[in-house]
Structure formats: C-alpha cells, structure tokens
Design a protein around this ligand. Sequence first.
Ligand code: SAH
Length: 342
Amino acid sequence: MRKIDDLSYEELKEEMLKISEPKFKASQIFDWIHKKCVDNFDEMTNISQDTKAKLNKEFEFTNAEIALKLSSKLDETKKYVIKFEDGNIVESVYLKYKFGKTACISSQVGCKMGCYFCASTKKGFIRNLTPAEMLKQVYLIQKDIKEKISNVVIMGSGEPLENFDNVVKFLNIVNDESGQNISMRKITLSTSGIVPNIYKLADLNLPITLAISLHAPTQEKREQIMPIAGRYKLEDIFKACDYYVKRTGRRLTFEYIMIEGFNDSPEDAENLSNLLKNKLANVNLIPCNYIKEADIKPSKDSDIMKFKKILADNGINATLRRELGSDINAACGQLRNDLLKM
Ligand code: SAH
C-alpha cells in the first residue's frame, strides 16, 4: 500500500481528486501529517469518517520509532537510533548551535562510498531511505525535545546525492509552508562529490547550502581515503561546484576532516589554499573522530591552528567546527555498527 506521508502537497491534492474529495482537504491532511506530525487518520478531527475510510483503503503511514537515545552530559546534544518498520536502523543527531536547533539526519541505511575514515560505510549499503523516513527523523527529534527544529543537515549516514529523488522530495516537503516550513537556506546537504548529481541539483536552483566532503588537498591523497575520488576527479568536482555557485549564487562549504600525520601539514595547507583560491567558499575544519575500524587520530590542536592560519594568510575563510556532545560522539555510524553486532 502507498505511504501517504511520502506525498508532496501537490501530489496529495491530485490524490484527493482521484477519490472524489475536494482539493482543500489536502491542505487539512497535509497540515495533520507534516505540521502536527500525527501518524494516523484517527487523530484528524476535522476529517469526516467517510473520507477517513476512503483514505484508509488507499494509504498507510510510515512507521518509525526511537529505539535508543543517548544524551550528552556536557551540552544538549542527543543521539538517536531510529528504527523503521522493516527493522533497519539509522542514526540521527540533535545539535543545539547559537544559530539554531539542528537535526542531522541520515539519507540511506549504510553507505556505498567506502570512505576509510567513516563508520557508516563499514557494514556496506542496505537501502535508500524514503522521503517520509527522512521526515520522520526530524519529527521524532522534534517530539522528543519538545521544541521546533530550525535547521536540517543531511550529514548522517549515506550519500544523499545517490538517493537524489527521495532527498529532493524530502527537501520540498520539509520546506513546504503548510508543513514544517523550514527555509531552504537553513538546510545543508553534504556530498562526497557525485559530479553529475551536483549539476542536477544546481539546475533545481534550491537555495540550500551544498557542502562538499573534500578531506584531502590533492587528488592523489583524496584517492587514498575516498574510493569515490577515483570516479570523480577533483578537477571535475570543482567545475560542478563553479556551476552550482553560478546557478544558485550560494556560497559552498568544503568539509575537511583533519587526520593526524595525513592531511594536516603546512604543505597540505598550502595545497588546499591553491585548490580553493578565488572560490566563493568556506572551509570547515573538523578534527576527525576515532573509529574502531580505522587507524586514524585527530590532528593536534597546535597543528590545526597552524593549518588554519596558513589558510587565512592565503585569504581562505576557514572555521573550526565546534565539537558538541563529545561524550557521546561515537562518530556517526558507530552506534549502529555496535547494535548490529549484538
Ligand atoms: N556522504 C556524504 C554525507 C555523509 S558524511 C558526505 O560524504 O558528505 C557527513 C560528514 O561526516 C562528512 O563530511 C564525512 O566525511 C564526515 N565524517 C565521516 N567520518 C568521520 C570521522 N571519523 N570523523 C569526522 N568526520 C567524519
């Protein structure tokens, strides 16, 4: 049976016509599902029994629940394991920044990318998440913290640009003013650099922030830690990024995890500066998290500061990502891996 919570507002209007219901009911139902976040028809008090019976015959709801929650004792960060009806689990995180209450969500169960430093990929890829399964992560977090989420980052497990249509549908529904009404400008999508889909995204001209997981200052080093780098070369990623900036006018973010002794030397900083010269871009420096499955250590503070200074001297705008919830900060994907072993 089809899932009603996967439908955009426009699609819901069409469905109403098909079952001989007036279009305005779509607005009421969309409001129940995506603003009030109910997950059954019974609670929709302004919908008649007759309409509910018709809807029940055609549609069902996406089920998801919080299977586990870890709360930081240091700040307000919370990490969730969310379980879907087929038993698959993903991780989602709530982060409170000065600029807003942020939900970090997963876009796939597992991941195909195979990045050396990332826990999400170590157990392989299982499946794409549906739009409603991405929405559910936001709604469940919101319900749990009893406050409205203002920002969304698609930076959990999975490669969002390999689940393109579902992710775009998620963006449109979460942005809909009859639903959560989260501004596109408050949404960040992070990609390892799937070049053809960066062009596709640019052509949609959504004012989201695009973040590129760069993590290395040269093509050669990038290939050592990110298998996808062999398929899409840095040169082509930058061409796609230029196109993205031209189409959308949005500044890009480049994420650069700092791994001790691998990509954190002054020479690496110079190489990175050369790569990003004259680009409308911000660099996010992120000391890497330990993961059990890889031999990596975060860079020393002194090396990070030196690195950042070289970038600044070269006119590159870089910020160090403030670490939140460090006591529960098993890098994304680790918690799931631990649960799968049990
Ligand atoms: N596939 C997408 C989105 C998921 S990863 C992408 O690659 O961008 C989200 C971010 O978490 C990426 O920048 C990723 O590189 C980072 N990440 C993964 N493992 C990490 C680790 N061990 N320490 C710090 N950041 C990590």
